[in-house]
Design a binder for this molecule. Structure first.
Ligand SMILES: Cc1ncc(COP(=O)(O)O)c(C=O)c1O
Length: 431
């Protein structure tokens, strides 16, 4: 099918609520490494990896072979039967996870992993209330949308009682209109204020992403998590670390994003990059906390033998060719290139992130910091026309999210920066 036929059928047979990038949405046909091709055969350098998910590049031979071999044996078992791949993956994750996190419950999506984490925290603490952060994103179930802190992602308006939102550490647009470091990370104290004023005073959990993903790669100051995790524990809660975007070396140096911030989670969720695109998610915790979840629970697709085979291969590939050290190294190159673009183009208000998770906040005017989602849309068209795929996010839709597969090389980074440079030059002229 050509693009036009696909778009026509999309319109006719799929819900209009599908969010599609680009004026003319891109119908992808195949991928290899860092590149994807559309159905007309046009090639693109993929710097969004299907929302930070194709973690070791498209069609990686090791991942594909392991998945194919598993398909030939058995595709589905359900969580009712133990499987070799599932226990091997859980063992591997226990090895690379921070702190005492050594036991897993596998599901099929990030939403389910976050649901499972909150369910566990309530069971383990006996408390019901949960603190989340403004600008957070947790998924598309009713609970996950309630935890989410961006109105546009909370379709329907129905909310689960007992979830409260604290200020987020958004230094570029400080919710307290203060400046780091003279602010003393005052936003972190808001977690305590919210607990004391809007809950019963005892909480089940505080849930947060080490770097807010959909929120626009909002990166907290180094002290933030230590303060909020201490507050969480003081009020009886567990810290749920949502690593759906930041996990598996994405932020460089460490396997998980939270390790940058010097705290240990009580519960940790992961999905996206875990299996290079095969559906899989996981909720990890300590044996003691896990033992508190009693009653019946299953996940039909959770820990699918094919997805777990792919995850084992994906982690092996990361260890061999896309380690957290490699990510830190190429991530630093990407970051310095983006900082140079910031010097050239006033449209760039802020560059932030870690490793291969870099955000560029686009503003119409640096003084007023007025968000410019319009310029972001123009940059999307300008980069697409030059063969580069990028992502976007942020409360105002004005943050470019750059997150290539972790196998990106220096050459890939140089190619992307060159295209971004030309795209910014074209769009900046109109402002
Ligand atoms: C931090 C975070 N948590 C949870 C989710 C939900 O994951 P999924 O879309 O797999 O349900 C996402 C998805 O973008 C996410 O970014």
């Amino acid at each position: 099918m050509d693009t036009q036929t696909i778009l026509k059928k999309q319109k006719q047979y799929l819900w209009p609520s599908y969010l599609l990038y680009y004026t003319e949405p891109l119908a992808l046909d195949r991928g290899e490494g860092l590149y994807v091709w559309d159905v007309e055969g046009n090639r693109y350098l993929d710097f969004f990896g299907g929302i930070l998910t194709t973690s070791v590049g498209h069609k990686h031979p090791k991942v594909t072979e392991r998945a194919k071999a598993q398909i030939d044996k058995i595709i589905h078992t359900s969580t009712l039967y133990p499987h070799e791949n599932v226990v091997a993956l859980a063992e591997k994750l226990a090895e690379i996870a921070p702190g005492d996190l050594s036991t897993s419950f596998f599901t099929g999506s990030g939403t389910e992993a976050d649901e499972t984490a909150v369910m566990l925290a309530k069971a383990a603490t006996g408390y019901q209330e949960v603190i989340a952060l403004r600008h957070a994103y947790s998924g598309r179930s009713t609970l996950a949308m309630t935890l989410t802190g961006i109105a546009a992602w909370r379709i329907g308006g129905t909310q689960i009682p007992g979830v409260k939102h604290a200020l987020n550490p958004y230094c570029y647009r400080c919710p307290l209109k203060m400046t780091y470091p003279s602010c003393g990370v005052a936003c972190a104290e808001d977690v305590e204020e919210v607990i004391k004023t809007t809950t019963s005073g005892r909480i089940a959990a505080f849930i947060a992403e080490p770097i807010q993903g959909v929120g626009g790669f909002i990166t907290p100051p180094p002290e933030y998590f230590k303060i909020v995790v201490d507050i969480t524990h003081h009020y009886g809660g567990l810290f749920i670390d949502d690593e759906v975007q930041t996990g598996f070396g994405r932020t460089g140096e460490h396997w998980f994003g939270i390790e940058h911030w010097g705290v240990e989670p009580d519960i940790m969720t992961m999905a996206k990059g875990i299996a290079n695109g095969f559906p899989l998610s996981n909720t990890m915790t300590t044996p003691e906390i896990a033992s508190k979840l009693t009653g019946l629970t299953i996940s039909t697709f959770g820990g699918n033998p094919v997805s777990t085979a792919a995850a084992l291969a994906t982690i092996e590939v990361m260890e061999e060719e896309a380690s957290p050290e490699h990510v830190a190294q190429v991530g630093a190159l990407l970051r310095s290139g983006l900082e140079k673009l910031k010097e050239k183009y006033p449209l760039i208000g802020d560059v932030r992130g870690k490793g291969l998770m870099q955000g560029v906040e686009v503003v119409a005017d640096r003084e007023s910091k007025e968000p410019s989602p319009k310029a972001v849309n123009e940059l999307f068209e300008a980069t697409k026309a030059r063969g580069l795929l990028i992502g976007k996010g942020g409360m105002y839709g004005n943050v470019i999210r750059i997150a290539p597969p972790l196998t990106a090389t220096e050459d890939h980074i140089a190619e992307a920066l060159d295209i971004l440079d030309h795209a910014f030059a074209e769009v900046q002229e109109r402002y």
